[in-house]
Design a protein around this ligand. Sequence first.
Ligand code: HEC
Length: 183
Amino acid sequence: MSRASWPRAGLVLAVSGILSAGCWEQVSPEWFAQMKWQPSVQPLDGVEPKLPAEGTIPLGGIEPRIDHPAPAFSPQAMLLQNPVPATTESIERGAYVYGIYCTVCHGADGMSNPQEFPVARRLTESGMPPPPLVAVPAYTDGFLFTKIRYGKPGMPGYPQIPPRDRWHVVNYLRTLIKGAGGG
Ligand code: HEC
């Protein structure tokens, strides 16, 4: 490069530096139309979502809270009556919900195969293997229903399963796991 071309090289460098910094578009909005400078509508800008009117009750009602260190073992839970008859539809629905939420730990047959499912395997490795559900026949419907809702140490609670679906799961558990006497 000759001595005379140095200033020109400097100019090119300076201009390309300015361009690559993106400054050209900031000088004046009149020069070029920019997509980012356009009217936009933000309907919820600064607006809080409306709260439900006072006294509103969700469709399906509110489940009473059970304040007990082990909710499933509370007398309130034990005495809950299953309002859902164990029809074929109920049991089918229960099987479907069980397949979504419970199979990963207790296995499709309720007898849990920790090796088959990563979640169950992890729990087993950390010393809290999901037990086979052999004790189910000894539990009341209300216990099982509440157990699903609140869980216990080691088992997550599933309040997100709507109450009716939880009763369906209880109905399904009754067909899945029979008592020792074959009942
Ligand atoms: C993340 C793993 C996990 C999932 C998912 C899970 N459980 Fe459990 N479950 C456990 C563990 C661990 C225990 C043992 C500790 C305890 O009783 O809380 C258990 C215990 C139980 C028991 C008591 C067993 C006994 O012998 O006392 C029942 C009944 C039960 N689960 C039902 C269910 C149902 C129904 C679902 C689906 C809604 C479910 N579980 C989902 C891990 C799980």
